[in-house]
Write a protein that binds this ligand. Sequence first.
Ligand code: GLU
Length: 294
Amino acid sequence: MRLRRLMFGTAAAALACTVAACGGGKDTGSSNPPVNTSATFDAGTTMAKLKDAGKIRIGTKFDQPLFGLKGLDNKPTGFDVEIAKLVAAKLGVGADKIEWVETQSKVREEYIEQGKVDLIVATYTINDKRKERISFAGPYYEAGQDLMVKKDNSAITGPESLKAANARVCSVTGSTPAETIKKYVDPANVVLFDVYSKCADALKNNQVDVVTTDNVILLGLVDKSAGAFKLVGKPFTTEPYGIGIKKGDTKFCQFIDDTLKAAAGDGSYEKAWQDTAGKVAPDAPKLPDLDTCS
Ligand code: GLU
């Protein structure tokens, strides 16, 4: 945990200075990792099932630049997408055989429970409440909740400043930031949408004063805003991102964790970052210590 905090501190510092220096709207590219065609798995496992099927359904976000953003070609790009492709490739499933499913924050647990997706990589914070319904592999990244405001806003300096400024704050239903922010503002001043891009529009149109969610999601929105928005840059939570899977599928969890460790060892984890979020936040994160699969 201590190590995670230290790494998070470094990542946050890197993000802050990157935002100060960032340009606007850089493309986040994508690549296809080599497919493990000779992969073999124990009969009956999720891995064997997916390998035999030769295809996989993966949940991600479609409106979050840098992590999961659907392009005009209908294909999502971003760090989450690249992490998902690494897992699929290790199963012997090529990127062209992935069916991408939009998983907005509030539907993630139910999509896994109902078998609408095989796994979810979608800026998905690991927490105990969610673990009552699903299991997580990872974490593969650690973010922190932050605030985004218009560039000329100097009144909002952190969550403690929100009440005095009587700020209207936007977030997304079913997300951890939407819960956390209730500690800092009057519930009447919290506006919730289904996706963060709607919060960004509301900020642009002065319908709200602040957007809150994870710093890396906000970083993508700042980058796309052509200088209109800025990140406050003082993360006030820890959001370890996990890969959501069916509850109790420990073999699949272990397989994903092994894939993450191998990716960190052979440079493909770092490449996944550099090809996507790294275009705006160049300091690649280190793979956090992985949780025990349960
Ligand atoms: N990481 C947070 C969560 O899982 C916020 C991002 C999101 O809504 O996807 O709730």
